[in-house]
Design a protein around this ligand. Structure first.
Ligand SMILES: Nc1nc2c(ncn2[C@@H]2O[C@H](COP(=O)(O)OP(=O)(O)OP(=O)(O)O)[C@@H](O)[C@H]2O)c(=O)[nH]1
Length: 918
């Protein structure tokens, strides 16, 4: 007689495999999974044990309450001390759904057990429980695989929080926001004050920056650079605290002083070198911050004494006198500004924020050898550097993803959750039989006797086995993961990894594994084509171990099912395994709420309009519901299931085709049920406007007179669009005519619009849409126009003299007409000997190796591959005579203009700039 498997016995006893495994685990009987076989004696024992208490079921439940309460008081410390483990230890499949992150550790520990449902309580880690109690458990849901990973009772409490949860992928486990626990709880400095709330990686790295300047900017600079991820708290902790305060207290001297003081303390000796007046004044404030009242009082006393300089404290007087110039210090403080800037901005934007003229920055950068225009975009770091030079601190603008905010959801009440079918996708290497397998599953299991039961393609299908449903997505696995995860939502619960038994693990198999792992979903391996003579199941198993997919019979926890899509062998077992995996994962959703899910497919049908297949993930979608999906919205006019039958409602995990959306949504978009049409419309509108803004941001090509020439050079501009606004019609005409005359062969000046009156928003929109500039003569833009122009990057030029306007445009356009020069290399020479001549400098006796050296040409001296001089050749001699040129193969003497450091062995390259004919 073949040995009985756990799930078979569970079935017989009308229990779930999970329960049975729990039971076995408590009895110290090793059972790796529901697939494990049991000895006959064990089977008998289990049958005896589990049949008997059936009658006692009611008292048993009561027992739990009685047992757990005393346990709480007895082991309360244990349970309470590791709330993390308790919360996590149970229900591997649900962690993501439960509001653990928001629950504080302390609260979790304190929560009276009595308030929890008995069922939940029973799922507690077994490690600390005596076996006798375990029997009283109504639901031993823990998978055997997990149980075996962890010897009972041996797990140290401290590790509890870190325990990986069975098969749960790290991705999900890491969702638990441990790292995000507020610093306040852990006794860290108050980081909450920090504008962006994140910091970290800059520990030592920031230090020099702070030290670089002893003035306020130095510290403040750090404050402004508070970015990076939280967590890396080394020395950074203190610094971060400082920095946060530094940044926070642009308007607050106290913080600044504290900052300085702490900084100073750390620097030790440097204390003395820092001017004492400022520091003296700061001390009390730091102490104040630390709550050391005695210090505080002392310092206040000092302050009073300072005002009335008499008595014994005279010794301190010199210092205190130095303290006096406090108002001056405040003045410095006031000068320091703080601005909030985005990741990328133009010089002009930066200048505007800093309230300085853009040309000042341009000039400054020019002096540093950087040629920029006011409309040139710079990144945050560069902007910060520039701003710092003007004593302006920068904060990075926090970008709020409005759509993400819109889609955010509150955690749901566990009690309202009900079991839902698993959503499964099939993935694997090409030709390993994904399609065949799906078809075979559908054909064998979709025994639809109802009318209209023709399976139609809606991108997903529902299969029923043993009275339980499984939803299959047709989308190839990895696409389902990537596209459907666009908005951070996972579409699938389980992936069937199809591997052909005759082919083994192939590149796409590995890809599929990685996708599934990244998405954090369970993998069930289907070894397909076992009907083939060349099939080698063991080899597939062996190969997959490399990817941490270890079969249960080899001591792992991955389910492997040998199947044949051709003969149908093993398909039923595969289905059962999927159901078992789903059972373990305890997939639940609240059906009694507004629907929410994902768009699987969508298309425009000539007759029906927008047709979208959606997968309901939460709630129930009903005909007549208002919904929004991305940029489309509408009312559900009709719904069809995967068999083409009209349905009135669709619950969690059900795929349906819906009609009624006003537009075709993108696959992978989240759909949400809305209160009414208005809400749905506003959702879609927000979506559209956000996307538009994003698109605009990405594609915006700003045109201004400053970069007109560049644009023309890059071939981006063939037409210069101008909107002219003036105070009187006469001026409009005059400007128009003059500007039109500026057209040349390369660029045509086109007056898009001309009118009288202030520059308004519509002028700006027009200019923005047609990439034009606006010229205003004796008029100004109104507030909205200015705002829009700033936002859209439209260049508005205001003039009081017509001639200036024309001159500016002409100058900008003339830029492109300037001759273009190119460097032309004339020849190379090697320095063989050097001579010093008084009044002349160093003469480099050289040998021309190739080309020709000309008098007055440019020359660069290269030593060890590095250009050490680039300038003019002051004199070219052969023997003692000045010559016009020296050709290759001749010796000559060079004198470089203002450069005498030439050495033997240096290479000299002669070149000149030649005009390229246009
Ligand atoms: N002998 C045998 N052949 C099979 C089995 N399953 C699939 N095949 C054959 O393998 C080939 C590929 O099957 P498909 O279902 O198209 O494979 P696929 O993975 O969906 O392929 P792509 O869609 O191209 O990625 C077909 O010729 C099938 O008839 C099986 O169990 N046994």
């Amino acid at each position: 007689m073949s040995k009985m498997k756990i799930y078979e016995l569970a079935k017989e006893l009308n229990k779930s495999s999970k329960e049975l495994m729990e039971f076995l685990a408590e009895k110290n009987i090793e059972a790796k999974s529901h697939m494990s076989s049991l000895e006959d004696e064990t089977v008998d024992m289990v049958k005896n044990a589990l049949k008997k208490p059936e009658k006692e079921e009611t008292p048993k439940k009561k027992n739990i309450v009685h047992v757990f309460r005393p346990q709480n008081s007895r082991d309360g410390g244990k349970v309470g001390s590791r709330p993390g483990s308790r919360v996590q230890g149970q229900r591997p499949g649900q962690q993501g759904a439960r509001p653990q992150g928001s629950r504080s550790a302390a609260r979790a520990g304190e929560r009276p057990q009595g308030s929890r449902p008995a069922a939940q309580a029973s799922e507690r880690p077994q490690g600390s429980r005596p076996a006798a109690q375990a029997e009283e458990r109504p639901q031993g849901n823990r998978p055997a695989a997990q149980a075996s990973e962890r010897p009972q009772g041996s797990r140290p409490a401290a590790q509890a929080g870190e325990r990986p949860q069975g098969n749960r992928p790290a991705a999900q486990a890491s969702e638990r926001p441990q790292g995000n626990r507020p610093a306040a709880q852990t006794g860290e400095r108050p980081q909450g004050n920090r504008p962006r709330g994140t910091q970290g990686d800059r520990s030592q790295g920031d230090r020099p920056q702070g030290n670089r300047s002893r003035g306020p900017q130095g510290d403040r600079f750090q404050g402004s650079r508070s970015r990076g991820s939280q967590g890396d708290r080394t020395q950074g902790d203190r610094f971060q605290g400082n920095r946060s305060r530094g940044a926070q207290n642009d308007r607050n001297q106290d913080g600044y002083r504290n900052d300085r003081n702490e900084h100073k303390d750390r620097q030790g000796k440097k204390n003395q070198s820092i001017p004492s007046p400022v520091l003296e004044g700061q001390k009390p404030q730091r102490n104040k911050g630390k709550g050391k009242d005695d210090y505080k009082k002392k310092d206040y006393r000092n302050e009073e004494e300072e005002r009335m300089p008499k008595g014994k404290k005279q010794k301190a007087e010199p210092k205190q006198q130095l303290q006096k110039p406090q108002p001056k210090q405040q003045k410095v403080e006031e000068e320091i500004k703080s601005i909030v800037i985005p990741e990328v901005l133009t010089i002009k934007d930066l200048a505007d924020k800093m309230k300085i003229v853009p040309s000042v920055i341009v000039k400054k950068l020019f002096m540093q050898g950087k040629i920029v225009t006011v409309n040139q975009e710079i990144d945050y770091e560069t902007a910060e550097e520039i701003a710092l030079e003007y004593d302006v601190l920068c904060e990075k603008e926090e970008v709020v993803d409005v759509i993400e905010e819109l889609l955010k959801e509150e955690e749901e009440d566990e009690k309202k959750m009900k079991k839902r079918p698993p959503v499964v996708c099939v993935m694997g290497h090409v030709d390993h039989g994904k399609t065949s397998l799906l078809d075979a599953i559908r054909n064998t299991n979709v025994i639809d006797r109802e009318a209209g039961g023709i399976t139609q393609h809606i991108g997903a299908s529902v299969v029923e086995i043993n009275g339980e449903k499984i939803t299959f997505l047709d989308t190839p696995g990895h696409e389902a993961f990537t596209a459907m995860r666009m908005r951070g939502a996972n579409s699938t619960d389980i992936a069937i990894l199809v591997v052909a038994a005759d082919d083994g693990v192939m590149p796409q198999t590995v890809e599929a594994i990685n996708h599934a792992k990244a998405a954090g979903i369970e993998i069930v391996v289907a070894i397909n084509k076992i009907d083939k003579p060349s099939a080698n199941i063991e080899r597939v198993k062996q190969e997959l171990t490399e990817y941490e997919l270890i079969p249960e019979d080899w001591g792992g926890s991955t389910i492997f099912v040998p199947v044949s899509a051709k003969t149908g062998e093993g398909l039923k077992e595969l289905m059962e395994m999927i159901l078992l995996t789903a059972e373990m994962a305890e997939l639940k959703a609240n059906p009694n709420r507004r629907a929410r899910g994902l768009v699987i497919e969508a298309e425009l049908d000539k007759g029906k309009g927008s047709v979208a297949t959606v997968l309901v993930q939460k709630g129930t979608l009903r005909v007549g519901d208002a919904i929004a999906a991305g940029s489309s919205f509408g009312k559900v006019r009709a719904m069809m299931d995967d068999k083409g039958r009209r349905v009135k409602e669709a619950g969690p995990s059900m795929p349906v085709e819906i009609l009624g959306l006003n537009d075709v949504p993108n696959a992978g978009e989240v759909f949400v049920g809305c209160k009414n049409d208005k809400e749905a419309r506003s959702f879609a509108e927000t979506f559209i406007s956000q996307n538009k803004a994003k698109l605009l941001e990405e594609t915006k090509s700003k045109l201004s007179l400053d970069d007109l020439f560049n644009q023309i050079q890059e071939g981006n501009l063939k037409e210069l669009g101008i909107v002219v606004k003036a105070d009187v019609q006469g001026s409009v005409e005059a400007i128009k005519q003059s500007l039109l005359k500026l057209s040349n062969d390369e660029v045509v000046v086109k007056i898009i619009h001309g009118g009288v009156g202030a520059i308004n928003e519509s002028d700006v929109s027009l200019a923005s849409a047609s990439n034009a500039i606006i010229i205003g003569f004796n008029v100004r833009p109104d507030a909205t126009a200015k705002e829009t122009a700033d936002r859209e990057g439209v260049d508005i030029r205001l003039y009081r003299v017509i001639y200036n306007a024309i001159e500016d445009v002409e100058a900008a356009m003339k830029g492109m007409l300037d001759p273009v020069f190119e460097e032309k290399v004339l020849g190379h020479a090697e320095v063989r000997q050097t001579f010093k001549a008084s009044g002349v400098g160093t003469i480099a006796g050289s040998y021309v190796m190739d080309g020709t050296f000309e008098r007055d040409c440019q020359a660069r001296v290269v030593r060890d591959g590095v250009v050490i001089y680039d300038g003019k050749l002051a004199s070219l001699k052969r023997f003692k005579d000045d010559v016009k040129e020296v050709r290759a193969g001749y010796e000559c003497g060079f004198v470089f203009e203002n450069y005498n450091d030439v050495k033997e062995g240096d290479q000299v390259e002669a070149y000149k700039m030649v005009e390229i004919p246009r």
